[in-house]
Design a protein around this ligand. Structure first.
Ligand code: C2G
Length: 127
């Protein structure tokens, strides 16, 4: 299982999903709700949660998608879905170690030089 906003999907997102899928036989993705994203990042995502769920569900490496409503519910989500591995990018390194009692927790290196924030900035400057 993995979690994220996946706003303005880019290759860094696809690569982490593909690498997560390779660690198991099914990949379940918790997509942050618009409200959760606002509370984490102080801005609304460019793409609505409905569209972000649609896009992530369409990827070949993804088996199931649900909306992540709250960071505090992560343990419940892992238990409900009987996750065997929690995979996150290493920008979250150490932050989810408390779930090691529920499942394996793996932090994968982020793809360098690409982020939604940077893409938004490039588009903003071009307009
Ligand atoms: N990512 C990556 N390489 C990048 C950018 C992102 O590997 N260049 C990874 C992040 O590390 C994360 C996933 O892609 O594991 C999704 O990134 P975001 O959409 O930025 O996710 P975030 O808002 O950090 O949400 O409960 C945790 C949160 O929901 C994570």
């Amino acid at each position: 299982m993995t979690f994220g906003t996946f706003d303005v999907l880019h290759v860094g997102h696809v690569l982490i999903l593909e690498r997560a899928r390779a660690l198991g036989d099914q990949l379940i993705v918790g997509v942050s709700s618009d409200e959760l994203n606002f509370s984490k990042k102080g801005r609304r995502p460019i793409y609505s949660q409905k569209d972000r769920v649609h896009i992530i569900s369409a990827l070949r490496c993804v088996d199931e998608v649900f909306i992540e409503e709250s960071l505090e519910k992560k343990g419940d989500y892992l238990r409900e879905h009987r996750a065997s591995v929690l995979v996150m990018g290493d920008d979250w390194a150490g932050r989810f170690d408390e779930f090691k009692s529920i499942c394996e927790v793996v932090y994968l290196p982020r793809t360098p030089s690409i982020s939604t924030t940077e893409i938004i900035e490039v588009i903003r400057q071009a307009t």
